[in-house]
Design a protein around this ligand. Structure first.
Ligand code: FAD
Length: 481
């Protein structure tokens, strides 16, 4: 039997537990080479955004130290992954490469070429599912078609057999050849001058240990009440697992197992557990959509939206990005994003609807901004969600559903906690006008230290007029279709 090393190529699976590729490689008993390659070539326009780079740096630090504790080394390389991998194989004499699949269309294409190339030269490749509950080709309609609607998709997906999480290998036996590894600091993933990510350092704990802590905290403190609390923007009621799931610091299989075991131990949790798992289901559904429609991040799923007269309005886009639209909820959310690298899900829906419908700016401009600023930036979830809000996607929210940022604020941030946290210049306004300061009487504004147009902007568009304009544009593209 060959004793040549096996390369475990780590990608969006930066963890040791429940890592099917690593587990299978460790089972061979052969020496392992654990490698991560930073490839800014293959993704083209979807190269990692700024917030993702910060996360990746911290996550790789955590992974390298977890690997070292088990006697192994993480080899870091940078460049076109195909040729870097070939070089690494040559250096260590590996006869096999194992990895967990990714589903970004450019990665699928690259991996196909790579598999052909490696197998032609006698290097074995084995690919595993380490990122999803089900592969995107596994849950199909009765006619064998991919699902386009969430509810039947999730029903079918839940019928499929569940896998049990795999343990982390106890020891990681390395190979004898010393291998060069890039110093992580030289990759310049962390921002400097200015270090806009400074607040992220206290907000997040990237890495597998941080992911497990977030899961445990969620199960013990937040699962109960999730169904009601998840929409309240001022509460810490959700799991905050999305960046950990994106980078594969935890798997959805581990998450599902923990949630199901909590509900099994305490049946009163079942309703909240089902609601939470259905959100994991939306993640699965987004991957299913991206896999079957690889143009999802760039093109309208419904081609009638190609005729939408998007506005070319840079000042409005900038006001949105900077949280200066004059709508407190929108501004709070955009500032939360800038300061923390995340945004509450309901707030994401409100700001996305505001950009696309109130400002009539192409959803792809918003998608780009989120790609750069979110620590959980994820091609499938981001594209599917933007198209959902824009109305251009599969199983999308209808275009005529236009979120009213004032009504959304009054309903889901009734005590103004969220707005006060992120828009401190409005903090002293009473609840009655916190979501629409332009309705406040002059004395109330003065007493709260607010001068509209000076300390805080006046609304950049008027809700009723913006709504009418969006509906008219939609009526035109619908009648033309
Ligand atoms: C315009 C827009 C853009 C978005 N972009 C992204 C993105 O780039 N990356 C991303 O991970 N999520 C994205 N989402 C989905 C969602 O907002 C986040 O996953 C969620 O807010 C993360 O917080 P949480 O982990 O506390 O969620 P929880 O409520 O605790 O949910 C648990 C997990 O389920 C998944 N999930 C929850 N809601 C959704 C959803 N609507 N679609 C897909 N998966 C979901 C996430 O993996 C999340 O971690 C976007 C939503 C919108 C409306």
């Amino acid at each position: 039997m060959s004793d040549a090393p096996v390369i475990v190529w780590l990608r969006q699976d930066l963890r040791l537990a429940d890592n099917p590729a690593l587990h299978a490689a460790a089972q061979t008993g052969r020496p392992l080479v654990l490698a991560y390659i930073l490839d800014d070539v293959t993704p083209g326009r979807w190269r990692l955004g700024g917030a993702s780079r910060w996360w990746l740096h911290r996550s790789l630090e955590a992974l390298a130290s977890a690997i070292a504790k088990r006697g192994g080394v993480l080899v870091l390389r940078r460049g076109d992954a195909h040729s870097e991998l070939r070089t690494l194989i040559g250096e260590c004499g590996a006869s096999a490469v194992f990895w967990n699949r990714c589903y970004e269309p450019y990665i699928i294409e690259r991996d196909k070429r790579l598999v052909e190339d490696l197998e032609r030269s006698g290097v074995e490749t084995r690919r595993f599912n380490g990122a999803l509950l089900n592969e995107p080709w596994e849950a199909k309609t009765k006619l064998g078609e991919p699902f386009k609607v969430f509810t039947p998709y999730w029903r079918a997906a839940q019928q499929r057999p569940a896998r049990t999480p795999l343990p982390a290998p106890k020891r990681l036996k390395g190979c004898d050849t010393p291998l060069r590894s890039d110093p992580l600091g030289e990759w310049n993933l962390l921002p400097r001058r200015p270090n806009w990510a400074a607040p992220f350092e206290t907000e997040w704990k990237p890495g597998e240990a941080g992911a497990l802590e977030a899961l445990q905290r969620f199960v013990s403190e937040r699962l109960q009440g999730y169904a009601e609390g998840r929409d309240r923007m001022g509460l810490a009621a959700t799991s905050r697992l999305s960046p950990h799931l994106h980078w594969g610091e935890i798997s959805p299989v581990q998450v599902r197992a923990a949630i199901e075991s909590a509900a099994h131990a305490k049946p009163a949790l079942q309703r909240c557990a089902d609601k939470f798992l259905s959100e994991i289901g939306w993640r699965e559904f987004s991957y299913n959509l991206l896999y079957h429609c690889p143009t999802l991040p760039e093109r309208n799923w419904r081609s009638q939206f190609d005729a939408m007269p998007w506005a070319d309005d840079e000042p409005a886009l900038e006001a949105w990005q900077r949280g200066r639209t004059g709508y407190p909820l929108v501004d709070a959310a955009m500032r939360e994003l800038w300061n923390t690298g995340t945004m509450h899900n309901r707030a994401r829906m409100v700001v996305a609807s505001f950009l696309v419908k109130h400002l009539m700016i192409d959803w792809r401009r918003g998608e780009d901004w989120f790609w750069d600023t979110l620590v959980d930036a994820d091609l499938a979830n981001n594209a599917a969600s933007w198209q959902w809000v824009a109305g251009s996607g599969a199983d999308a929210s209808p275009y005529f559903r236009i979120f009213n940022p004032v009504a959304q604020g009054e309903r889901y941030d009734p005590d103004g906690v969220y707005v006060r946290r992120w828009v401190p210049e409005l903090a002293r306004l009473p609840n009655s006008v916190i979501h629409q300061p332009w309705q406040a009487e002059r004395q109330i504004l003065t007493a709260a230290g607010v001068e509209l147009g000076r300390t805080y902007p006046l609304p950049i568009v008027e809700h009723a007029a913006a709504r009418a304009r969006a509906l008219a544009a939609y009526a035109r593209i619908s009648s033309a279709a």
